[in-house]
Design a protein around this ligand. Structure first.
Ligand code: ADP
Ligand code: MG
Length: 543
């Protein structure tokens, strides 16, 4: 199941109730529209304001309800999922939104929407309302030359048109001016979308299915297939292709705003990364990118895809886009100048342990861990979350072997690298362990000068103090404690290494009770704790 509901109608009904629950500033009228409440609506200070009404099928949230607010929409008519609202809903909304200065309908170019808004505007006109319609048709996937096909679909640029009209209306501009600005905004905006999946509307099959490794290019926002099913392209190539098409369709504009829109199923962090890559590409083109926006604005239910929109802007358009609004889903466009270079300042100042006496024993341990990254990750994948090997590699990989310096310097360098580069529990555990070891080894020129059992004991105590683990909890402690006890007892590193390894291997006999592996309970049984294994290898290395 891809939904917690059985059918689309139930979700959309309850969902709309939820939307109005979350918007105390909006009223849900039983004639089928949401409207900004009179008590929050601000006046233009210049007489009645032009009313703005939009709407369309549900399933594209936050479009349109999220854009109700001062400076954007006055009323919105939601249809059923992916179904246009009916003419009666729209007529009622039009009536309610008309303060005496007329109403602009903002309509995405789909036959059903166009027809129902068309019927409503005719009836409203008969009733004496002045209505202007602004059609949004930005999707170049369905661009055709001259024949009588429906032409470009209306998609993500609807939000820009709503913003431009909203800002103009809030300034007290006339019906004709508001509509004209909306039309200009639309004519300067283009979009194109791509997806790795269809959408999963509750109660229906996935709208279309793609083979693993395929993508659907030029997809719409209702789960209708796009213009081609293709092998998935590398992102930079894909973005270049999409943006080049958009720029060409806009006749090579001078300045643009960029919108990276989540179709519903892409992680926000990934959308942010796509924004950066798109901005990078535009930086290589003969165009100035002046505003950026990214996030989920016009979704296609849960589709694992995104759309890119470009709008050719000038001072007037920018002022309207930048003007304030309290519509909650609108995100103020960010002024773009360049993609920042986020240098990893902390990591670049870490000690490198590359001068002085080579420390072959410690280096042998590092080498052994580095040779086992895959196996260690497998152990953590079975019992934990599968990042242990990566954390080890991040900490130890940057060193050039053999490590050089006094033992204390080398341990300190290892500690710093764990604390800064590794992350995870192991970053903290190995970080504090090696820092204590560094302190305990101060003054020693070589390993043999260190009281190893005291130093290891102090380091282990620091780990136990930090994480509260005891023997039997399936952690590094299970290797460290038996190893140290043996060392204290016999003074033989060889015996200690053997005891530590046995301790590590014993972790397979019981379930982890500390760290991330503890969340998987008995599943960690039969799996050696990777942290314990790495600590056992340390004894062997020191040997
Ligand atoms: P995470 O648990 O955050 O995914 P890692 O996978 O990097 O972290 O590290 C897991 C290792 O950390 C385990 O193999 C275990 O040896 C060690 N560990 C977990 N919890 C503790 C603890 N409380 N004390 C000492 N070591 C621990
Ligand atoms: Mg882990």
């Amino acid at each position: 199941m891809n939904s917690f509901f059985d059918d689309a109608e139930t979700v959309s009904q309850i969902g709309l109730t939820g939307i109005s629950l979350g918007r105390p500033d909006v009223e849900w009228h039983d004639r089928g529209f949401l409207q900004l409440s009179e008590n929050v609506a601000q006046s233009t200070g210049k007489g009645p304001k032009v009313g703005l009404v939009s709407g369309g099928g549900s399933g594209h949230e936050p479009l349109h309800a999220g854009f109700i607010g001062n400076g954007m929409l006055d009323a919105v008519c939601p249809g059923h999922v992916f179904t246009s609202p009916n003419a009666r809903q729209i007529k009622s909304a039009t009536r309610a939104a008309d303060q005496g200065a007329g109403v602009v309908h903002i309509v995405k170019n789909y036959t059903g929407d166009v027809m129902n808004f068309g019927v409503a505007s005719r009836i409203a006109a008969d009733e004496g309302h002045d209505v202007e319609t602004v059609l949004v048709d930005d999707d170049i996937a369905t661009e055709t030359d001259g024949n009588d096909s429906p032409g470009r679909r209306g998609t993500a640029a609807a939000m820009w048109v709503e913003k431009v009209c909203g800002a103009a209306a809030a300034q007290g501009r006339s019906l004709k001016e508001v509509a004209e600005l909306g039309r200009r905004a639309n004519s300067q905006a283009r979009s194109i979308a791509v997806t790795l999946s269809g959408c999963h509307v509750p109660g229906s099959e996935e709208s279309f299915t793609l083979d693993r490794g395929d993508m659907e290019f030029g997809v719409g926002i209702h789960g209708e297939p796009g213009i081609s099913t293709e092998k998935q392209q590398e992102l930079p190539e894909l973005l270049e292709r999409m943006l080049t098409k958009l720029l060409a369709s806009l006749n090579q504009p001078k300045q643009v705003a960029l919108l990276v829109n989540n179709l519903g199923g892409i992680a926000e962090l990934e959308i942010s990364a796509i924004l950066v890559e798109a901005a990078r590409f535009l930086g290589t083109q003969d165009v100035e990118l002046v505003r950026i926006q990214s996030g989920a604005f016009t979704t296609a239910w849960d589709m694992r895809g995104f759309s890119l929109s470009l709008m050719a802007v000038d001072e007037e358009m920018l002022a309207l886009l930048d003007a304030p609004t309290d519509a909650p889903a609108w995100q103020t466009p960010v002024k773009f100048t360049e993609v920042p270079q986020l240098a990893d300042a902390t990591a670049s100042t870490l000690p490198t342990a590359d001068s002085g006496v080579p420390q072959r024993h410690i280096s042998a341990w590092v080498e052994r861990v580095m040779d086992s990254i895959h196996d260690l990750t497998e152990l953590d994948r079975k019992a934990g979350d599968g990042d242990f090997g990566i954390n080890m590699r991040n900490a130890l990989g940057p060193f050039e072997l053999p490590l050089k310096g006094t033992p204390s310097e080398v341990f300190h360098a290892i500690s710093e690298s764990y604390l800064v580069r590794a992350g995870g529990t192991s970053g903290a555990v190995f970080g504090i362990f090696f820092e204590k070891l560094a302190q305990e080894s101060e003054g020693a020129e070589k390993l043999a000068d260190i009281d190893l059992s005291a130093a290891l004991r102090a380091s282990t105590d620091a780990v136990m103090d930090l994480g509260g683990a005891k023997v039997g909890d399936c952690t590094v402690v299970d290797a460290l404690v038996p190893g140290i006890e043996k060392l204290e007892e016999t003074g033989s590193l060889e015996d200690a290494a053997e005891a530590a390894l046995k301790g590590a291997e014993d972790t397979a006999n019981y379930a982890a009770s500390k760290g991330r592996a503890s969340y998987v309970g008995d599943k960690s049984k039969g799996v050696i704790d990777p942290g314990a294994l790495v600590m056992a290898w340390l004894f062997e290395g020191l040997l």
